[in-house]
Write a protein that binds this ligand. Structure first.
Ligand code: SF4
Length: 241
C-alpha cells in the first residue's frame, strides 16, 4: 500500500464525529473514583484549557513539572491505564500521535474512541498531526518485517521521540506509553526504546509495566462494559493479518 493514499489528508483539521459519550464513571470499574472527575459537566483542575505561551509558562511551575505525557495508540490499550492514573489523581495528559495508523478513517475511529474516554474522565487529550510521510520514510525497506521486529522498533522510535520532544517543549516532567500493553507487542522492546529516547532527549521515560497490578483485568472489563471499538490489526498497512 502506498503512502500517497494518505498524504492528502495529513495535517487535516480533525473535528469530532462521535457525539456519543461513555457513561459517567459510577459503575464497579470506577469504584473510589475522585468526585471531581465524575459527571459530564465537572471540571478538573489538573486539566489546563490554556494554550500556547500561557500554557507553557504555567506548566513550568510547581506541580505541573511532575505532569506526565502518556503516549496512547488506542482506547482498548490505554483505558485501564488512563482510568488508574485518573483514579489516583496523578497529573497527566494523553497524547495521540499515531501516523502509523491507516487508512485515515481507521485513524479517526481510534482517535475518537480514545478521546471519548478522556473526555468522560476529564483527562486532557492532545492530538498531534497525522504525519504519514515521516512514518513511511522511517519504516522504508522494513515492510516485510514481522510484528515485534525492526519495523515496529522504527515505528516506536518515531512516535516516542515526537512524544518526548512535545513533552519537553510543553513543560511535562516525564513521558510514558501504552505501546507495550497488547500481548501482540514486545513490552521489553518498547521499554528499551523508551528508555533510550528518554536519555537522548533528556526526559525520563516511566517504565511501568501496565499489564500488571490488575490493569489487564480492568482493561478487559472496561472494553466489555463500554463496548469499546476494538481493531483487528495493530495499525499500519503491513500489520493487517
Ligand atoms: S505493526 Fe504496529 S507497531 Fe509495528 S510498525 Fe506496524 S503499526 Fe507500528
Amino acid at each position: 500500500m502506498k503512502a500517497t493514499l494518505y498524504q492528502d489528508r495529513k495535517n487535516t483539521e480533525i473535528k469530532s464525529q462521535n457525539n456519543c459519550n461513555f457513561p459517567s464513571p459510577d459503575n464497579a470499574a470506577f469504584q473510589n473514583f475522585p468526585e471531581e472527575r465524575k459527571g459530564k459537566n465537572a471540571s478538573f483542575s489538573l486539566v489546563s484549557d490554556k494554550k500556547g505561551k500561557d500554557k507553557k509558562e504555567e506548566n513550568k511551575k510547581g506541580k505541573e513539572e511532575e505532569k506526565m505525557l502518556l503516549l496512547s495508540c488506542c482506547a482498548p490499550c490505554s483505558c485501564a491505564v488512563i482510568c488508574d492514573l485518573a483514579k489516583k489523581n496523578i497529573p497527566f495528559a494523553v497524547l495521540f500521535y499515531n501516523p502509523n495508523i491507516a487508512p485515515f478513517e481507521e485513524y479517526q475511529k481510534r482517535k475518537e474512541e480514545n478521546k471519548r474516554l478522556c473526555d468522560t474522565l476529564k483527562v486532557e487529550f492532545i492530538e498531534l498531526p497525522y504525519e504519514t510521510e515521516q512514518w513511511f520514510e522511517k519504516t522504508k525497506g522494513l515492510e516485510k518485517e514481522p510484528e515485534r521486529g525492526r519495523r515496529c522498533a522504527a515505528c516506536f522510535e518515531l512516535r516516542l521521540r515526537r512524544a518526548a520532544r512535545y513533552a519537553k517543549e510543553n513543560g511535562f516532567g516525564k513521558i510514558s506509553s501504552v505501546l507495550g500493553v497488547s500481548r501482540h507487542k514486545d513490552f521489553n522492546q518498547v521499554t528499551q526504546i523508551g528508555r533510550q529516547i528518554g536519555e537522548e532527549e533528556n526526559i525520563p521515560y516511566l517504565e511501568t509495566n501496565w499489564r500488571k497490578g490488575g490493569l489487564e483485568n480492568l482493561r478487559h472489563a472496561l472494553i466489555k462494559e463500554y463496548q469499546m471499538y476494538e481493531q483487528t490489526y495493530c495499525g499500519c498497512p503491513f500489520s493487517k493479518r
